[in-house]
Design a protein around this ligand. Structure first.
Ligand code: GLA
Ligand code: ZN
Length: 693
């Protein structure tokens, strides 16, 4: 896929559709589906996702009839197909023949056949069967004009603790560390006599093991992710061989903790993800998650693969999306760079676990329900605007929040300094502060090219990679491993503004603490050393961040802070604010260190939102970065741009109408066709997409 899309030139518009399971329905219902899809302006269907038992009812005996019929019927209805590989749910006969394809859980027990996503990613037998069915599918439909995308598997997330996985893990560790001495040192395994005397003594951290070295647990998480990614490569490899022209995706899950999606992104042609926000939740968190997913592939257009048209069935409470909300959230995703809005699922199933899950076609089976009507109305809009939007991508941001899954794992896995670390919440909090000011902001990979950015925020960058591991990377992982401290220092020296927080620069990639004090290799760039960290119960140690004169433009005299209080000593950095109370009153809690052409800030505490908003507005302004439009309560502003156009998305997340001052922006609202300037009114849950003049 090129930088401006489309996902597939065969369907050069916004994609509208969703999970479609014709394998579950009789022919008369399938015929009705085609009529309804036309009414709903559906142009793509993700098909056969969990259909293995219908595709191959008995070992080696394929039944293509229903899928052939689906291809023909949908292509007549103008609906393309995102064809799934069925690996997420294998047939019972496969388990009966080869019980070892079932994963083993953390307690060490082989799981019986049951739910989906329960296979062992290492099992050669499973890999062989998956390659066989994937190849058969690819060969059968390779030349069908309707095939536009591979939807590989579904929401990979398999964790397996079997002996095959354990053996692979040991080999992987040997490649990473070379010698046992090295591994023992990195794991600090003398602690509690954990020392390993032979590779064979290393076992996965089963539940019953209790406490084992943190480094080992972190490596196990890395390895599990690596192994599932390797399985994905195995599937993708077969497809790329047979249908090199068809782009490949697999649907991801936002901040899901089981996998390092950065590694997956490198195998995917286009990112796709499944977004299920809580109704009434925070649109800023959704925005942050869209940015996280988009950033995996350096902000290329991506796909909203699944959302519910109305409600989920699996949350504790399942609130319906009020009229307008589904449309608003769809345009929000598109404003964040998605080239699709798709649903789980097309038709509500009659039985099974998801019979209460929202779907485009309700059990009543016709087009009259509100949900269908809203989907159809959105489809009509997407049809109308599709070719104007595809060919643009989310505008280049100059501010980014750094995110690294390995850092998250290490922080979450460490006992202390407190349990209440809020890794995801903190990243989202910093993101939100910038986003709320209507300043374009990305979530950026640690290994990305940072040169487009002027400001990079690194909330709790606890783990800073030294670049020394693995010693022998498997060939497909030969991306040079940066020394991250060096990368940061160089980027700052060249003029970047770097913002670090408490809990930064503590360990290397094996969770081994850097010698010489925190923030380890970032000490020179930040110009300080951190001595102790106080993490009392929220509210019990509430403090204030008292700013010094001209700390930053527009700073208030003081802000609230709570929960985390890093006690730091400057060694070159300038103090901008100090704690207002407690026995550490007067000690620095906000500093800046000039380095070459750039600046490195350190926020030693967890401040209130108002501080972050004021601070980031000032930091951005100092770089000449200004809001897209003046912030208005509840209204999100996003920009997509292409060679010849700029599209400003204004999204009202409130149930009340809002006014937005456009400043110098003027143009045409593509949805209403009306010219707009000065002030624009946005209806409750309303959307404006302004093509700027
Ligand atoms: C996930 C899955 C779908 C479906 C939905 C329900 O996203 O990919 O198959 O189970 O959840 O919300
Ligand atoms: Zn396994």
């Amino acid at each position: 896929m090129n930088a401006l899309g489309p996902i597939n030139p065969k369907l050069p518009t916004l994609w509208h559709g969703g999970d479609y399971n014709p394998d579950q329905w009789p022919p008369e219902v399938r015929a009705e589906d085609a009529r309804l899809m036309k009414l709903a302006h559906v142009n793509v269907a993700s098909t056969a996702i969990f259909a293995w038992s219908q595709l191959e009812p008995r070992p080696g005996e394929y039944d293509w009839s229903w899928l052939d019929e689906t291809f023909e019927r949908l292509s007549k209805a103008g609906v393309s197909i995102a064809l799934a590989t069925p690996s997420a749910a294998h047939p019972r006969w496969l388990t009966a023949l080869h019980p070892e394809v079932q994963a083993v859980d953390r307690s060490g027990h082989r799981l019986p056949h049951g739910t989906r996503q329960r296979f062992c990613p290492t099992s050669p037998v499973y890999r062989e069967h998956v390659a066989r069915i994937d190849r058969a599918l690819a060969e059968r439909y390779r030349d069908h004009p309707s095939l536009v995308l591979w939807h590989v598997s579904n929401e990979y997330g398999n964790a397996c603790w079997c002996d095959l996985c354990a053996a692979e893990y040991r080999t992987w560790l040997e490649g990473r560390y070379g010698t046992l001495d090295h591994l023992n040192h990195q794991y600090w395994s003398t602690f509690w006599s954990h020392r390993f005397g032979a590779w064979s003594e290393i076992i996965p951290p089963y539940a019953a093991c209790g406490v084992v070295p943190d480094g080992l647990v972190l490596d196990w998480r890395r390895f599990q992710s690596h192994q599932v990614c390797d399985f994905f490569k195995h599937e993708a490899g077969v497809l790329a061989e047979v249908t090199p022209e068809v782009p490949i995706t697999t649907n991801l899950m936002g901040f899901y903790g089981g996998l390092d999606y950065a590694k997956f992104a490198d195998v995917m042609d286009v990112i796709s993800w499944d977004s299920y926000p809580k109704v009434g939740g925070d649109p800023g968190f959704v925005a942050c998650t869209h940015a996280l997913m988009r950033g995996l592939k350096h902000n290329l257009p991506w796909m909203l693969m699944e959302q519910t048209p109305s409600s989920t069935n699996w949350m504790e409470y399942n609130t319906l999306k009020a009229p307008g909300v589904m449309r608003l959230w769809s345009w929000q995703a598109i404003g964040h760079g998605s080239d699709s809005s798709m649903y789980f699922q097309w038709r509500r199933s009659r039985g099974g676990h998801e019979k209460f899950h929202g779907a485009v076609v309700a059990h009543v089976g016709h087009e009259r329900p509100r949900v269908f009507q809203e989907v159809a109305a959105l489809g009509e809009e997407m049809d109308r605007l599709g070719r104007r939007i595809v060919g643009t991508r989310v505008a280049k941001a100059r501010v980014g929040v750094l995110w690294d899954q390995e850092n998250r794992w290490a922080l979450e896995g460490s006992c202390g300094p407190s349990r209440d670390k809020r890794v995801i919440e903190t990243a989202a909090k910093h993101y939100r502060a910038v986003w709320r000011s209507n300043i374009p902001v990305d979530v950026v990979r640690l290994d990305a090219d940072w040169s487009p950015y002027d400001v990079l925020i690194a909330p709790m960058l606890y783990l800073v990679k030294s670049g020394r591991f693995p010693l022998q990377a498997p060939p497909e992982e030969m991306t040079p491993r940066a020394n991250e401290a060096e990368k940061i220092a160089k980027w700052v020296a060249a003029g970047g503004t770097f913002v670090a927080t408490y809990l930064t620069g503590i360990v290397n990639e094996s969770d081994l603490v850097y010698e010489g004090g925190y923030p380890g290799p970032l000490r020179p760039v930040l110009g300080l050393w951190a001595e102790e960290i106080d993490m009392p119960e929220p509210g019990k140690g509430a403090n204030t961040l008292v700013t010094r004169k001209s700390a930053f433009a527009g700073a208030k005299p003081k802000y609230k802070c709570d929960r985390v209080f890093d006690l730091i000593n400057t060694e070159g950095a300038k103090v901008l604010a100090t704690y207002g109370s407690n026995w550490y009153k007067g000690r620095p809690c906000l500093t800046v260190n000039p380095c070459g052409q750039g600046l490195a800030y350190y926020i030693a505490t967890d401040p209130e939102d108002a501080f972050l908003a004021d601070f980031y507005r000032a930091v951005a302004a100092a770089k000449g970065i200004v809001p897209l439009v003046k912030p208005a309560a509840d209204v999100e502003a996003l920009l997509r741009e292409g060679p010849d156009r700029k599209l400003l998305f204004l999204l009202n997340h409130a149930a009340k109408a809002r006014q937005v001052s456009l400043g110098k922006v003027r143009g045409k609202d593509l949805l209403s066709g009306m010219a707009v300037k000065d002030q624009v009114k946005i209806e409750p849950y309303g959307v404006r997409i302004i093509e700027c003049a």
